[in-house]
Design a protein around this ligand. Structure first.
Ligand code: ATP
Length: 405
């Protein structure tokens, strides 16, 4: 439609593009074709009609013709389960984008879970509902099923400590079973693991998060959910979370090799003494855990099931961090297609000097994205800074309509 109507595109002051259409569009019905064109471009605002037979449109910054695959329609298609991770620098709007996406999926009939893996949760604030218990909580105010979960490493560590002190440590196994890591509990035997948690090793928060994630990914209890949205922690934590299965896989591999060496040394010794070698089932269990880890790792790198959406704001620091995040995700082979540029100041209508200067800065930052080798090829979703607090389901629906189009 656009190519048939297009007469010219020219750059005009204010980092705007003027699009002139050659179709005859009677003025009173401007809305209809303009609306259809709006659906094909990002951030198009229709200003005035220049001549009766042409419609000039002003497009904020460089207009990107949106690939149909970048649209929300593509995210909502299909009953098979899909995973969406929302991540970026602190405070850019990850939680608001994740919660609004989850609400939108549920509104489109997908039973959905939204999970916060950020130890400093704000999902409860975003939904204006207490989700702090560490279990799935149904979100109120929606007609279709939406559950939220704030993974609570502190609570998990506390439960772990308590269970390691109870029943001489046998409750540890129940606890680890609940975390989906029962096989590891066998390996730890009756070690007083709770004591370890007084000085938790680095990465324990992420290990707790990934074990909960594995449980949700694998358990039949959650199989009805067709969309899983992750509100992730700021960049560093999330990268550690995504690379953890690899790290554990390598560690398990080392433990297995060591155990196998011990087993073969023992069996040589026993055969010298004329005794039959005992069956070793420990490597089998480790092997199973390793396979589960590999499955989760592969799942989060499969572009048919998973997408990581980077959220940023139009500031030099946030964009630089997004660029580094994308480079790291690319190295990890995690699929990334979209970049949300959130909290863009709309043009000032009141002549506010601060707003005009700030917006100019933001537009310069958006230009940086287009020249950034990591970010330039992502589909950019621009979302305005709105004058209401994004809190509660109605506000999240409003946010969802801005971002997820
Ligand atoms: N487009 C927007 N317009 C107005 N306010 C917004 C917008 N996006 C986010 N906010 C507000 O910005 C604040 C931070 O948003 P949010 O909690 O979603 O960010 P975050 O990246 O998850 O933060 P953190 O890293 O601290 O978890 C919130 O008060 C939210 O309501």
């Amino acid at each position: 439609m656009l190519s048939r109507c297009l007469r010219s595109i020219s750059r005009i002051p204010g980092n705007l593009i003027l699009i002139t259409l050659s179709h005859y569009i009677p003025k009173p019905q401007n809305n209809i074709p303009c609306h259809r064109i709006t659906a094909s471009l990002t951030s198009v605002s229709v200003l005035t009609c220049k001549r009766p037979n042409t419609v000039p449109l002003q497009v904020r910054s460089v207009a990107t013709i949106v690939d149909p695959a970048a649209r929300f329609d593509e995210m909502v298609i299909g009953p098979q389960r899909k995973y969406y991770f929302l991540g970026g620098k602190g405070g850019v709007g990850k939680t608001s984008c994740a919660a609004s996406l989850a609400v939108k999926f549920a509104d489109h009939g997908h039973p959905t879970i939204v999970i916060s893996t950020d130890p400093a949760h704000s999902l409860s604030d975003s939904f204006a509902q207490d989700l702090a218990g560490g279990d799935l909580v149904p979100i109120e105010g929606l007609n279709s099923p939406l559950f939220a979960l704030e993974i609570n490493p502190e609570k998990a560590k506390e439960d772990f400590r308590t269970s390691s002190q109870k029943n001489g440590g046998s409750a540890v196994k129940d606890f680890m079973n609940n975390m989906g890591l029962g096989m590891l509990a066998d390996q730890f035997g009756d070690l007083k693991l709770g004591e370890l948690l007084d000085t938790p090793p680095p990465g324990l928060d992420e290990a707790i998060a990934i074990s909960k994630v594995m449980q949700i990914v694998e358990s039949s209890q959650y199989s009805m959910f067709s969309r899983i949205v992750f509100d992730t922690a700021p960049t560093g934590h999330t990268l550690r979370l995504l690379s953890l299965p690899d790290f554990l896989d390598a560690s398990i591999g080392k433990i297995m090799k060591f155990k196998q060496k011990l087993a073969s040394a023992a069996s040589t010794f026993k055969s010298v003494l004329g005794k039959a070698a005992e069956q070793q089932d420990v490597p089998d269990k480790l092997q199973q855990l390793r396979e589960r880890m590999t499955k989760v790792r592969d799942l989060f790198r499969d572009s048919n099931s998973t997408e990581f959406v980077i959220v940023t704001i139009p500031s030099v620091m946030a964009i630089n961090e997004s660029s580094r995040l994308h480079a790291s995700l690319r190295k990890e082979c995690v699929p990334v297609h979209r970049l949300i540029v959130n909290q863009i100041l709309p043009p000032s209508v009141s002549g506010c000097k601060f707003c005009t200067t700030k917006r100019k800065d933001q537009m310069r930052a958006i230009d940086m994205i287009r020249n950034d080798p990591e970010l330039a090829n992502l589909r950019i979703i621009e979302a305005d800074l709105v004058d209401l607090e994004i809190r509660g389901v109605p506000a999240l629906k409003f946010m969802g309509d801005i971002v997820w189009r």
